[in-house]
Design a protein around this ligand. Structure first.
Ligand SMILES: NC(=O)c1ccc[n+]([C@@H]2O[C@H](COP(=O)([O-])OP(=O)(O)OC[C@H]3O[C@@H](n4cnc5c(N)ncnc54)[C@H](OP(=O)(O)O)[C@@H]3O)[C@@H](O)[C@H]2O)c1
Length: 337
């Protein structure tokens, strides 16, 4: 079968990286790049806010769309479902994911719809499953994220924090929904890979929802720290003083919109079962964009195998957990302990 893959947002930081890795590992597939600029050849002019520009997707016989730019109104998701095209989405913050998932569930599925918006392209939930033989035995998952402001970050990625920093979100305790806010409730955590002990603060990623509502794990929390202890502390002060509530979106984008020249990205998963605690630590020496893109490529490769029936998936459900772990381990810029 011919594989025509379209990466919408393919001119962006993560989209470009997806295309590079995908091409290197799968020379037989045709890759198209979707963006707002007028395109020639494999560059297609597609604006996610304007479904009138989507006609070209059918003309080019695209069979998988990878979404790598925010699409608040879910125009691309609708188009994929209506036109029976496989769809992989790395973009949705929790509230948007919940909305898109509810919409997809209300439709008949004639293609594979994959939500891959969890932290680092949706690999955390697959890795959680490598820490226990049975997910039902897991009482608690804690995810700790180390985010360096020196790392490369695309404009669209920065929008998430700017849009959501002042909004409450949910963590789960004994299956109860506890409303919390970013940058509060600090907790000391000793990060691996030479980072050391730091205060980590509340952070909303879709893994909270996925691990509780889809995987049934009763206690789930996520905390993050920036590379600069001062910045992390200052954001906590801003939140306590409700400064984010009075800043405009433009001002919040200025705070969160910076991009450096590249740095490591690290996350650590701790699970608690009756047998005790287990921990997995992952470092991407090339940063968050490379890791997210590689995850998206691994999910794409699972879809290309054709084993999965038409249905809605969260990306970790495409993989055998230990096989996912091995693939991540074998990537040169990823270290796992
Ligand atoms: N799941 C995760 O762990 C994870 C991690 C990182 C990033 N992300 C998500 O990945 C997405 C991309 O992030 P990024 O850092 O690559 O951002 P980015 O560099 O800003 O890339 C987005 C690209 O989309 C294109 N674009 C913008 N508006 C568009 C529109 N209306 N229609 C079509 N294309 C449009 C832009 O190119 P043109 O100018 O050519 O249109 C831009 O280059 C974001 O949604 C981000 O939240 C997810």
């Amino acid at each position: 079968m011919e594989h025509n893959i379209l990466v919408v947002g393919g001119n962006g930081l993560v989209g470009k990286t997806i295309i590079r890795i995908l091409k290197t590992r799968n020379s037989h597939i045709n890759i198209f790049i979707g963006g707002r600029k007028r395109g020639t050849g494999n560059h297609l002019k597609i604006d996610v806010t304007n479904p009138g520009t989507f006609q070209i997707i059918r003309e080019k016989k695209i069979n998988l769309i990878i979404l790598s730019v925010n699409d608040k109104e879910d125009h691309i998701l609708r188009y994929a479902i209506e036109n029976k095209i496989d769809y992989l989405d790395i973009t949705k913050p929790t509230p948007d994911l919940v909305k898109a998932y509810a919409f997809a569930k209300s439709r008949q599925m004639s293609s594979r719809i994959v939500f891959s918006s969890g932290w680092m392209g949706g690999i955390v939930n697959g890795l959680v499953k490598t820490l226990s033989d049975n997910t039902k035995d897991i009482q608690e998952v804690k995810l700790f994220v180390y985010y360096s402001v020196k790392d490369l970050a695309g404009e669209s990625s920065a929008h998430f924090m700017a849009e959501n920093v002042a909004r409450p979100f949910i963590r789960y305790e004994n299956d109860r929904q506890i409303p919390i806010k970013h940058f509060l409730d600090s907790e000391y955590f000793d990060f691996s890979f030479g980072i050391g002990k730091r205060e980590a603060y509340n952070f909303d990623v879709p893994d909270l929802y996925i691990l509780n509502q889809i995987e049934g794990i009763p206690d789930v929390s996520v905390k993050m720290t920036y590379n600069s202890k001062f910045i992390t502390w200052l954001l906590g002060v801003f939140q306590k003083a409700r400064i984010f509530n009075i800043l405009s979106l433009k001002e919040r984008k200025m705070i969160f919109g910076s991009s450096g020249n590249g740095d490591q990205s690290v996350f650590e998963i701790i699970i608690k079962t009756k047998k005790g605690n287990e921990k997995l630590s992952l470092q991407s020496t090339k940063g968050q964009a490379e890791l997210t893109a590689f995850s998206a490529v691994l999910h794409t490769e699972e879809l290309l195998k054709g084993y999965h029936e038409n249905n809605i998936y969260f990306s970790h459900q495409l993989h055998q957990p230990l096989s996912l772990l091995e693939k991540l381990r074998s990537y040169e810029s990823i270290n796992i302990k």
